[in-house]
Design a protein around this ligand. Sequence first.
Ligand SMILES: *[C@@H]1O[C@H](CO)[C@@H](O)[C@H](O)[C@H]1NC(C)=O
Ligand SMILES: *[C@@H]1O[C@H](CO)[C@@H](O)[C@H](O)[C@H]1NC(C)=O
Length: 304
Amino acid sequence: MIFQPLSLLTLALAVSAQTSTKIVLTNDDGWAVAQIRAQNDALKAAGYTVVLSCPAINKSGTGSSTTTPTVLTSPCEFNTCPTGSPAEGFNASDTRLNYVNAFPVDAVRFGIQTLAPKFFNGFKPDLVVSGPNIGSNLGSTVLVSGTVGAASEAALEGIPSIAFSGATGDQVSYTTLTTSPTSVDAKAALIYSQLSVTLVNALLASPPPILPAGISLNVNYPSTSSCTSAAAFKFVLTRINSNSGATDVQTCGTTHLPTESSVVGKAGCFASVSVFDASTKGDVTAATQGIVLAKLASLLTCSN
Ligand SMILES: *[C@@H]1O[C@H](CO)[C@@H](O)[C@H](O)[C@H]1NC(C)=O
Ligand SMILES: *[C@@H]1O[C@H](CO)[C@@H](O)[C@H](O)[C@H]1NC(C)=O
């Protein structure tokens, strides 16, 4: 038998291109913040195929707003593109890093409809990861969150999605990850991105479909001030809105899930995982919560 290292390598690459989960990564804080680049790095390091498609500038709090992307009339955030740059652009040295000069919904739509076919050999993305957002998106805040808006758009387009948010950090440039790796912002970005990979891994380890149609997850991480490594965090199934009259899926000895605000606000480094309907951005039935509970059984714990 003739040893053919090159063709073996080609075969291995072809197989991995087909089997590696394809992710569109988006946010509302803009394409050049540290948190989204840390998430991009962490997903790639975990073996995922990632294309980043985010707003050109900070579009925090813009919910499900949408518009036609326009030529830049001022520079991209942190001067990452000059005035006059095209409505959609990319990093010439890493063309998988893309901006869209519009809202988060428009950025994720461009990622799903235009970038994914190009970078994923005509395939749709398997999953959309939105965030981690800089700042929590808990309770009624989900209604104005661009992070949740982008995740909802993905689910409505038939792509499973997760919105992630973390309490710690400011909107700082991705260059902070290398210039000040021990800063609070850089460390929080690394911890949250690792946790998000943990959740994505757990979800993908369960049998398909990744999530029920039209359903998305809202995940919130507490502050890193007393939770200083990813290992310190635990995930808890929650609901977005308080509703004492609702019967939730039975878990942790009750049929009333705790609210995400109460869980994230508790001592003990609990991250909340709420299951929501992408069209209403509200809580779902006990049966749908149960599907996610079963999928994430190995990850979820109780906060009571
Ligand atoms: C980003 O936009 C939000 C919402 O308008 C605003 O509150 C925040 O201060 C902005 N961030 C920066 C760094 O300007
Ligand atoms: C573009 O990618 C190169 C290579 O990874 C990197 O050095 C540079 O900082 C990136 N710039 C932006 C705006 O993403």
